[in-house]
Ligand binder design. Structure first.
Ligand code: AHG
Ligand code: MN
Ligand code: MN
Length: 342
């Protein structure tokens, strides 16, 4: 075994010298690194620690909370409040902004503490997603409006995946790097430097049980994939659905493909299924930094102007040429007089 390994701390220190100087990023990400290790530990202990099953409560989205949703949320809030780097946080599991009294930092943390909750009880991959914003100069306090910045304003974003290995994947706007947790020494090690999404792919991920609610451009794209070598694409496609966005994005970063949770007839009233601030924006930042593309169907996700903290949005992301094709199908549909659902 080689000991010539780069740890996450060493990587952040090196980045500090190269780009940022002040050390702010190093401490912002140090809090999150510890948080993810603790959540990983709880996910791993599973039934032994009584961590499976429902909590018996509902979150602000009207969803049943699992025990691990609640626990992961508490770990995030507690561990990232200590250092005072974050003036306030917003979580998928909390109705309102959580202000950190006495914080000195001017950063905001947004997170989905446990993504893919329906996988917890069946021992399939889950994850955590986070996004970091800066409080604009001249702004005092941390009302909800300060959080309502488009995704292009993110200063860092990342996710942890608790899968066959625990990994932390992050961007500070200079590419995407992946670190694997060495469980024996409790350290994240750089294993996936400069992750890049192939521009072409022949693998898609979408919940096909919702096919009858899809918009025509989405149906057109999937129909063409399914037609394989006999269809207009002239090649066979493969399909995956893990039901955890973290795992889908991770697969796409490793070998390309497309992930879609589009606006459809069933979810159009609420704007889609996935949450803009906790899921779509951080993942779109990562995907773009790795050379991929992320759209709502018609627009670039990172340019969507948020109007509410818990806003939902259509998500189509992954290999550039496939996502561009899907965007074009939406454009052609609208040009022919088709009406967008949302
Ligand atoms: P969460 O567990 O944070 O609520 O997110 C689950 C999301 C996303 O990660 C996943 O892609 C999708 O919901 C799964 O949806 P289906 O239930 O339609 O499979
Ligand atoms: Mn989620
Ligand atoms: Mn969640």
């Amino acid at each position: 075994m080689s000991y010539k390994r780069v740890t996450l701390s060493q990587f952040l220190m090196e980045g500090q010298h190269r780009y940022h100087g002040s050390g702010t990023f190093t401490s912002l990400l140090t809090d999150i690194r510890t948080t993810c290790k603790m959540i990983s530990h709880e996910v791993n202990r599973g039934a032994m620690a009584g961590n499976l099953g429902v909590a018996g409560t509902e979150n602000v989205q009207g969803e049943q909370q699992k025990k691990l949703d609640v626990l992961a949320n508490e770990i995030f809030l507690h561990m990232t409040a200590q250092s005072g780097n974050y003036a306030a946080m917003a979580s998928e599991e909390l109705e309102d902004v959580h202000t950190v009294h006495g914080a000195h930092g001017r950063y905001l943390l947004l997170f989905d503490p446990l993504d893919g909750s329906s996988n917890i009880d069946i021992n399939i991959a889950v994850g955590s997603i986070f996004s970091i914003l800066r409080i604009p100069d001249g702004v005092t306090g941390t009302p909800e409006e300060v959080f309502l910045q488009p995704g292009v304003e993110q200063v860092a974003a990342g996710y942890a995946i608790y899968g066959s290995s625990t990994m932390l994947v992050l961007t500070t706007g200079h590419g995407v790097n992946g670190f694997t947790l060495d469980q024996n020494i409790g350290v994240f090690v750089l294993t996936h430097p400069n992750m890049r999404i192939p521009e072409d792919a022949s693998e898609f991920a979408i919940n096909t049980s919702r096919m009858r609610f899809w918009e025509p451009p989405v149906k057109r794209y999937i129909d063409e994939c399914l037609a394989g070598t006999e269809g207009p694409r002239g090649k066979d496609f493969n399909m995956r659905w893990v039901a955890a966005m973290v795992a889908e994005v991770h697969r796409i970063l490793c070998r390309g493909g497309v992930f879609m949770y589009p606006v459809d007839e069933r979810n159009a009233k609420q704007g889609g299924k996935l949450r803009l601030m906790y899921e779509a924006n951080p993942m779109s930042f990562i995907v773009e930094q790795a050379g991929g593309m992320a759209i709502t169907g018609r627009d670039r996700i990172l340019e969507v102007e948020p109007t509410a903290l818990h806003q939902r949005v259509g998500v189509i992301l992954g290999s550039k040429n496939e996502v561009e094709r899907i965007r074009r199908y939406h454009e052609e549909h609208d040009a022919a007089g088709g009406k967008p659902l949302a």
